[in-house]
Design a protein around this ligand. Structure first.
Ligand code: FAD
Length: 332
């Protein structure tokens, strides 16, 4: 209901704000909390329910979050993001359940357009915080939707310790550093870890590859892809695999499947206007959230391909707010 109400309130057009936050995950809301407490009246565009995205971000797609400090019993991801939102609103953040579809960062004030209003006069802001997040790549295998978060995950650090994976055979898909790191990490919990590698070699760095290959609790299945996820309807218990050279189909009994095939940062909005790295992440100055355009700050997974955690996103959200506040006080 709060989202419907916010859409109704969005009839007010062509507004100018001191600072606008695009995105509503832990990074966006932490920035909103700091900026609203600093009486800067931030405005947030939290996105809409569309194409697998939802206001509140990635945590709304998961069950228990057990590694965010302050919740000793764990908390459901969706519930946690409701609490983030409540706290942002409590201190005066104005939230619109709309997506920003276009920005013009070429001059200040920055211009931006809401989806479906691209032909209208844009809204403007003195400063922007980009906290649009990222999405883990998935294979979209048959059965994946049924067992997503019931054995299938895209984050070993987030989910590996959950009871459903303890002392069970697990599989990791991927051949890069993330796959090697995640597989090694999962050996703490699973009875054995299989790594499915599409080719006959790893892309991982030598150190990571050696660590993976020398671990007796890991078996690398070369030239192997997953083609179907099966289970008993409530949990995953089998992966159907295919040999990419011989075409041979095999069953691999596992209770966990972890994708480690990369993430896609949500940077389409700014790709021609901010400096991005070769993987599309926003580049920020070292130890800072400042982007290549003065007055535009980036926080959370959209600028972080290393840690990708709720707590680190909240951390950079806080940094963005403090840097933005300082920048506004120096320029306005
Ligand atoms: P996101 O959470 O990605 O949120 C970005 C938001 O911005 C989204 O709501 C999106 O709709 C919105 N948005 C994007 N573009 C626009 C636009 N143009 N206009 C308006 N809005 C826009 N981390 C942990 O620490 N612990 C865990 O247990 C854990 N479990 C996870 C489980 C799963 C299944 C997944 C996918 C991730 C998990 N993570 C976990 C990682 C964690 O969710 C992310 O690190 C964190 O959510 C990143 O926060 P963020 O604020 O950068 O962006």
């Amino acid at each position: 209901n709060q989202h419907v109400l916010s859409r109704l309130l969005a009839v007010q057009r062509n507004m100018h704000s001191k600072v606008v936050i695009i995105g509503s995950g832990p990074a966006g809301h932490t920035a909103a909390l700091y900026l609203s407490r600093a009486t800067l009246e931030p405005v947030m565009f939290e996105g809409q329910f569309a194409n697998g995205f939802a206001p509140g971000g990635q945590l709304t797609t998961t069950t228990d979050v057990e590694n965010y400090p302050g919740f000793p019993e764990g908390i459901m991801g969706g519930k946690m993001m409701e609490k983030f939102r409540e706290q942002s609103v409590r201190f005066g953040t104005k939230i619109y359940t709309e997506t920003v579809s276009k920005v013009d960062l070429s001059m200040r004030p920055f211009k931006f357009w809401r989806e479906n209003y691209e032909d209208k006069v844009p809204d403007t802001a003195d400063a922007l915080i980009i906290a649009t997040g990222a999405a883990a790549k998935r294979l979209n295998l048959p059965g994946e939707d049924i067992y997503w978060q019931k054995g299938i995950s895209a984050c070993a650090v987030c989910d590996g310790a959950l009871p459903i994976f303890r002392k069970k055979p697990l599989a990791v898909v991927g051949g890069g550093d993330s796959a090697a790191e995640e597989a090694t990490y999962l050996t703490k919990f699973g009875s054995h870890v299989y790594v499915l590698v599409r080719r006959d070699k790893l892309r991982a760095s030598k150190v990571m590859a050696n660590r993976l290959l020398s671990n007796p609790n890991i078996t690398v299945l070369w030239n192997t892809i997953a083609i179907e996820c099966k289970g008993d309807g409530s949990v995953l218990n089998l992966l159907v695999t295919k040999d990419t050279k011989t075409g041979e189909i095999k069953d691999l009994p596992v209770n966990g499947l972890f994708y480690a095939i990369g993430h896609v940062p949500a940077t389409d909005l700014v790709k021609e206007q901010l400096k991005l790295d070769s993987d599309g992440y926003i580049i920020t100055e070292p130890d800072s959230t400042c982007t290549s355009v003065e007055g535009v700050f980036a926080a959370g997974d959209v600028k972080d391909k290393k840690y990708r955690q709720a707590v680190t996103s909240a951390g950079t959200g806080c940094m963005a707010a403090l840097e933005c506040e300082r920048w506004l006080s120096e320029h306005f």
